[in-house]
Design a protein around this ligand. Structure first.
Ligand SMILES: Cc1ncc(COP(=O)(O)O)c(C=O)c1O
Length: 387
């Protein structure tokens, strides 16, 4: 079957920020947004700005919007609208939900995290362990940055309550076998707790197929506004005692974990972002991204050292590398002078950076998403050659 080609010019025409001369290769830190997202945010503030539950029209429209946002989240993650909760960002949601699940934990219980994780999926568990006298174990990675599932199996025990892991590394782009991790976690009686933040702009998420119990992501990484989004399996959410104000709604289920008034205008932007992704289509996105990644890998100058998988198998097009003779910061500054936006440092992926011997300076990170072009890849490669 033939993969639909992505019309990258048509895509780019929808993003006002992409009219600038900058090559935005900073997607892993946050993506640009299409006009429809910006317009939806502005339209809500112009026409429907109100709190929920009132008898008047703007409040009713706000109620409807919150429902539409949950429906959009359900369609994005492959779950019921009742199984999702919005929050400020992934990290804040993860601190809140980890505290909520831990209401049922006892001293000595164990949590496993991985060395591929962003700290947003590590520190909530470390802090919890500090408060409740739990143990946190780190599942190692192999030298090629793939997750060591043998090490996971070795470290699982009857005391393991949660296995927290990423779908993709925000530092080196490596994918994990989420379905297998969930299977191993469940066999040990633990929950599978997935961080989908880095994966979300690169491919479809189906929580049922993955078999995870909790999954978190951040719409600002997939062409939407600065928000966090969590999925929790219905039976699990129903079993938790939520931290909530007494009068706040208990139903639908996910809503009891949304504390206070949500950023309604951003929910409007979120709905538009999900519509945007569905319009473009994952197949076209994936094929385009793969071609960009292959182009980058084929042309990376010899004076650059890549950390992570050297082909597009088993990864998304997020690349961490160092440049001989330049610190990552210097390289990023030189690229910025040439209107190329990349990240440097550890991007909060402190474990993988330490494991790869890249602390304290980290590495340069170039991340491609579907709105990037082959010309931008070439500009980066030429600039790296010249640095
Ligand atoms: C893999 C991953 N997890 C978690 C986070 C934290 O997300 P947020 O900024 O929404 O808290 C990030 C942000 O870069 C990330 O890349």
């Amino acid at each position: 079957m033939c993969t639909p080609a992505l019309d990258v010019d048509a895509v780019r025409a929808r993003f006002p920020a992409l009219r600038s001369p900058v090559a935005f290769l900073d997607g892993p830190g946050g993506t640009q947004v299409p006009d429809s997202v910006i317009d939806a945010i502005a339209a809500y503030l112009r026409d429907s700005n109100a709190n929920l539950g009132g008898a008047f029209a703007a409040s009713r429209r706000s109620d409807e919007l919150v429902e539409r946002a949950h429906a959009a989240a359900g369609s994005f993650l492959g779950c019921s609208p009742d199984e999702v909760a919005f929050g400020q960002n992934m990290t804040t949601l993860n601190f809140a939900l980890s505290r909520t699940v831990a209401r049922g934990f006892r001293a000595g219980d164990e949590i496993l995290v991985t060395r591929l994780d962003h700290d947003g999926n590590v520190s909530p568990w470390l802090e919890l362990a500090h408060d409740l006298d739990l143990k946190v174990g780190f599942v190692d990675i192999r030298d090629d940055t793939t997750l060591d599932l043998d090490d996971l199996e070795r470290k699982l025990s009857e005391r393991t309550r949660v296995v927290a892991f990423p779908l993709a590394s925000n530092a080196v782009g490596t994918l994990t076998d989420a379905a297998r991790i969930a299977e191993l976690a469940h066999a040990a009686g633990a929950l599978a707790w997935a961080d989908a933040v880095h994966f979300a702009p690169h491919g479809p998420i189906d929580v049922a197929a993955l078999g995870v119990d909790v999954l978190l992501c951040s719409p600002y990484k997939f062409f939407g506004p600065h928000l966090g989004l969590a999925y929790g399996r219905a039976e699990l959410l129903a079993s938790w005692r939520p931290y909530k104000a007494r009068p706040a709604a208990n139903e639908p289920l996910g809503r009891r974990f949304e504390t206070g008034t949500l950023a309604h205008e951003l929910l409007a932007g979120f709905v538009a972002a999900v519509e945007y992704v569905h319009e473009v289509g994952w197949e076209a996105i994936r094929a385009h991204e793969r071609a960009l990644g292959e182009r980058f890998l084929a042309g990376l100058p010899e004076r650059c050292t890549l950390y992570g998988l050297p082909t597009m198998e088993g990864r998304v097009p997020t690349f961490a590398f160092t440049v001989e003779g330049r610190s990552p910061r210097e390289a990023a500054e030189r690229l910025a002078e040439r209107q190329i936006a990349v990240w440097d440092g550890d991007y909060y992926a402190v474990e993988v950076m330490a494991r790869l011997g890249l602390e304290p300076d980290g590495a340069v990170r170039a991340g491609f998403v579907h709105y990037n072009t082959p010309e931008e890849v070439d500009r980066l490669l030429d600039a790296l050659e010249e640095l």
